[in-house]
Design a protein around this ligand. Structure first.
Ligand code: ZN
Length: 498
């Protein structure tokens, strides 16, 4: 290895260590932090994020990058490492340190305010924080690229190369496909899932979650499960991936699928290993939020809602839940695949899920273009809900206050979820080609088979390939919404008999 690469890695690892300490503070804030400690925690997080930023913009990083980029013979790993390091370095050096700390402080406070506002259904409590976060996001976009459209700049942060126009075109196709499938489903008799709403205690649900983590191959010596208002996964170290879930007593399926979903994120993080020499560097990080989401959605929906998976595990869940003794496997699989327009994104079925993302994408676009003021967000949200789902929003907690993302300052993140579905379906299609007896393997409990495929084709690479290169390498073509539409149509034609 070249001497300069080793020096760059050394500096990068220090940044990663600090970033993981920051993640630990954030994890603690969402799980166990006493309410009165919120302001102090915001200061701690601001300080650490300031230090992370300082490490990222260390002038030595810039010097090493410039020297290495002129090097005549770089190996593929070195080239990839320089590419991801350059992208991050250029971005970080454009941000004034004061701004980085201000963003960290304000989003930490905004998250706490959001949680209160959501619990008490009081948008006014959150509105002033949201104003600040939006203003900071516009400044962020302006620092990174003063000539770009703010929303384009923000979208590119989460999915390299993406633009509003590009995503809008993909979403237009996805919306048309979704509405077509939805109307076929709605022409059929609807599914009874009432038994999923029989009360199951949090203790029982916790045991089920731990069981499901094992079922999908979550290595429990490298992570843990805790409970929160809004489930997420966070990485505190290469061998420390924390997942979270929530237990809604009269909705067992919520914790089950949220746990499988977050486990899917964790499996990706656990499997990243482009090369041991690059451990703890940017190359050993997930390539994008959409690829991350493709992993969680693939486990949650394509595996976790398949009959094959439950052939192996249903009897055990019946025993642990204690409320499903009179429900046979087929009825259970039908119920967990019930399609119905609903208000809450995280509980949405996989057909209507994309519509929730389109709603957020369109609102974010208006907000970033100064066409929608904060005070008008609830009304705009409710109007879009009516337009896309035909539903009335009874209160803001079930409407514009339902998601944590805006409080975190993550404008431009939502499209990753829908793109994740599209990537997942394309990987799933290829996986079936490569493993013709995949269903039989799943029915035999061998989740290690799809996991090995994902490890080899997606996880291990980290950020070695860009997202579009990764999907081409794994499936032979660039991202196409076609596979998701085909997947949904095939699956739901069987489920609903249309
Ligand atoms: Zn996710």
């Amino acid at each position: 290895m070249k001497k300069e690469i080793a020096s760059l890695i050394e500096l990068d690892r220090q940044r990663t260590l600090l970033a993981h300490i920051d993640a630990l503070l954030g994890w603690d804030q969402e799980t166990y932090l006493p309410k009165s400690a919120v302001d102090e925690r915001a200061e701690q997080i601001a300080l650490i994020q300031g230090l992370v930023h300082e490490k990222a913009v260390d002038p030595r990083v810039g010097q090493l990058l410039s020297a290495l980029e002129k090097h005549p013979d770089l190996e593929p790993l070195e080239k990839a490492y320089l590419r991801v390091s350059r992208r991050e370095y250029d971005k970080e050096t454009k941000l004034p340190p004061d701004f980085v700390m201000e963003l960290a402080r304000q989003t930490s406070l905004a998250q706490a305010a959001w949680a209160d506002a959501r619990r008490t259904n009081d948008f006014a409590l959150f509105a002033p924080h949201l104003e600040k976060v939006i203003e900071l996001n516009k400044r962020l976009a302006n620092y990174i690229n003063p000539h770009g459209r703010p929303y384009d700049v923000l979208l590119d942060l989460y999915e390299e190369g993406s633009t509003e126009a590009g995503i809008a075109a993909i979403f237009a196709q996805m919306k048309a496909d979704t509405l077509k499938i939805l109307s076929k489903i709605q022409s059929r008799p609807q599914v009874d899932d009432s038994f999923l709403h029989r009360p199951v205690s949090a203790d029982r649900q916790a045991r089920i979650s731990l069981y499901l983590m094992d079922a999908v191959g979550f290595e429990k010596d490298k992570g843990r499960l805790d409970t929160v208002a809004h489930p997420f996964t966070t990485t505190l170290g290469k061998s420390d991936i924390r997942i979270t879930t929530r237990y809604i007593e009269d909705f067992l399926a919520s914790s089950m699928f949220s746990t499988i979903h977050e486990s899917g994120h964790a499996l990706y993080e656990m499997g990243i290993d482009p090369d041991p020499e690059y451990s703890g560097t940017r190359l050993a990080e997930p390539v994008s939020m959409a690829i991350h989401e493709s992993q969680s959605r693939l486990w949650e929906n394509m595996i976790g809602r398949s009959k094959a998976f439950w052939e192996r595990h249903y009897a055990k869940i019946q025993e642990m839940a204690g409320t499903l003794d009179d429900v046979d496997l087929d009825s259970f699989v039908l119920a967990i695949n019930k399609v119905e327009p609903s208000l809450i994104r995280t509980e949405a079925d996989e057909v209507t899920y994309g519509l929730h993302i389109i709603l957020r994408f369109e609102l974010e676009s208006s907000i970033m273009a100064d066409k929608l003021a904060v005070k008008d967000i609830p009304e705009a949200w409710n109007a879009k809900t009516k337009e896309l789902f035909g539903l009335d929003v009874p209160n803001n907690s079930s409407g514009c206050l339902q998601d944590i993302h805006w409080s975190m300052g993550s404008f431009g993140y939502f499209p990753s979820y829908a793109l994740g579905n599209l990537y997942a379906a394309q990987f799933w299609h290829q996986m079936h080609k490569d493993i013709p007896d995949l269903e039989a393997q799943l029915a035999a409990g061998k989740t290690s088979v799809p996991l090995a495929w994902l490890r080899k084709n997606v996880h291990c690479h980290g950020s070695f390939y860009k997202p579009d290169e990764l999907v081409k390498k794994a499936t032979g073509e660039g991202l196409s919404p076609r596979y998701f539409a085909e997947y949904l149509d095939n699956k739901y034609a069987a489920v609903y008999g249309y």
